[in-house]
Ligand binder design. Sequence first.
Ligand code: ADP
Ligand code: MG
Length: 253
Amino acid sequence: MSVMVDIKSVHKSFGSLEVLKGIDLAVHTGEVTVILGPSGSGKSTLLRTVNHLEKVDRGAISVDGVLVGYRRSGDKLYELPEREVLRQRTRIGFVFQNFNLFPHLTVLDNVIEAPVAALKRPRKEAVESARRLLDRVGLADKADAYPRHLSGGQQQRVAIARALALEPRLLLFDEPTSALDPELVGEVLDVIKDLARQGTTMIVVTHEIGFAREVADTVVFMDDGRIVEQGPPADVLDAPQHERTRSFLSKVL
Ligand code: ADP
Ligand code: MG
């Protein structure tokens, strides 16, 4: 099976704080990888390096075969040129905890913004495709609404439609349901499950263990900047090998 994201020995520090202490992870095309771990363990930073929102200090990341940044000890850091970084970022969808919709734009305009501005798609074509995507996330009737008139769950579904509008090869989710009232979590997870069924390659940071068990091909448990263990959900969630994993799971389950 082909590898969509290949993370090799990635290190990242903020000042004297080493946040990623040598991460190795392969995400296969068409698979869902769920990352679990306590707050501060480096999950968001790892996602951000994949999307080039953070540069690595050492190690290498390639996305769909394009190498992003690497340094062997002593070597000069190789970095992808900025223009190429921007081009790659348009092929990776990122869904944030707090939706990050443009408040002054309607739902439809939120979804067509990137295809029109970044990919230079004709507006008419972008609108047609946006309407299809809104239908797919169950919000066809909200195209002309403003984000402030939507529930959190609806806003997050718009954010997912907006990410899909770039026809990404890879979708990254950073705690997509953490900001939602409990009764709205399900509608967002259902959309993500639907994407999984269609074979979308995804990395999902979440504390929703039930979702991980149902949808993940691989579950990764991170603690203190390292991957403590990874494997199929039945292994990591039901028969964890490490005390730190067991202790974390006992708190979130
Ligand atoms: P998680 O998503 O697992 O909660 P993060 O990747 O957000 O963890 O953060 C890991 C550690 O890195 C935390 O201690 C956090 O405070 C720190 N950190 C994250 N981003 C920055 C930044 N831009 N500057 C300084 N420290 C940061
Ligand atoms: Mg985080």
